[in-house]
Design a binder for this molecule. Structure first.
Ligand code: G4P
Length: 196
């Protein structure tokens, strides 16, 4: 997705060989027009999958998840990372370990919002080691629903999340795939991307 790649090129800051900062349009300030385009692109890529629900995780997954759900005309549910005052009963939970932050969070979704006959599109902002996406997959499975696909705004292809999820048979669509952050942002060439 060219607009997204341009935005990453011009506004992204490489913090280390592992971490890209995109606070000006995705992780802190949010660019609504870009998110609308992101939503359209996800909807277009998954339009044949009969999606009935979008599932994402707070906080930075909500903006792209919401815009994809708007386009697909389905509800969006976000997994919570913290205990909620009102979300107490009938929870579907999964444990998510972040290698980046070296912490484990229990994420939860009310079973009220995922039904056995749902076809779920999982959306997240970043794909690094794939642990958040796998946690969401566990939650979908626990509800008896089906994972129809996984949509990622920015995939860091040099980390193993993408291959882990694809090897498990999931259809993963990433709108920008970064092959390296060494000496600046390098995107995976389209031809190369098609083979992976
Ligand atoms: P994983 O789920 O793919 O295994 O990722 P990991 O644990 O490594 O990521 C932990 C958090 O850091 C996630 O956000 C993830 O989106 C974010 N993250 C990972 N790599 C990068 C990166 O290169 N740049 C940026 N900006 N974020 C990255 P989170 O803690 O859940 O934050 P938020 O959703 O509340 O904003």
């Amino acid at each position: 997705m060219k607009t997204l790649k341009d935005k990453i090129r011009f506004e992204g800051r490489v913090l280390s060989s592992q971490v890209l900062k995109v606070d000006s349009f995705l992780n802190h300030q949010i660019d609504p027009r870009l998110m609308a385009e992101v939503g359209k692109e996800f909807a277009n890529r998954f339009k044949k999958e009969n999606i009935t629900k979008v599932l994402t995780i707070e906080s930075s997954g909500i903006a792209p998840g919401l815009m994809a759900a708007l386009e697909l005309e389905v509800p969006v549910v976000f997994a919570r990372k913290r205990k909620s005052l009102t979300l107490v009963n009938d929870l579907l939970t999964a444990s998510v370990h972040s290698f980046t932050k070296n912490e484990t969070n229990e994420i939860s979704v009310s079973n009220q919002f995922l039904m056995q006959d749902d076809r779920v599109l999982i959306i997240d902002d970043f794909l690094a080691n794939g642990q958040a996406a796998l946690g969401l997959v566990d939650i979908v499975k626990a509800s008896g629903a089906e994972v129809a696909g996984i949509g990622i705004v920015i995939e860091k292809s040099f980390q193993n999340g993408g291959s882990l999820l694809r090897e498990k048979g999931f259809r993963v669509e990433s709108l920008a795939r970064i092959s390296s952050l060494e000496g600046g942002v390098q995107f995976l060439a389209e031809v190369e991307a098609a083979l992976l």
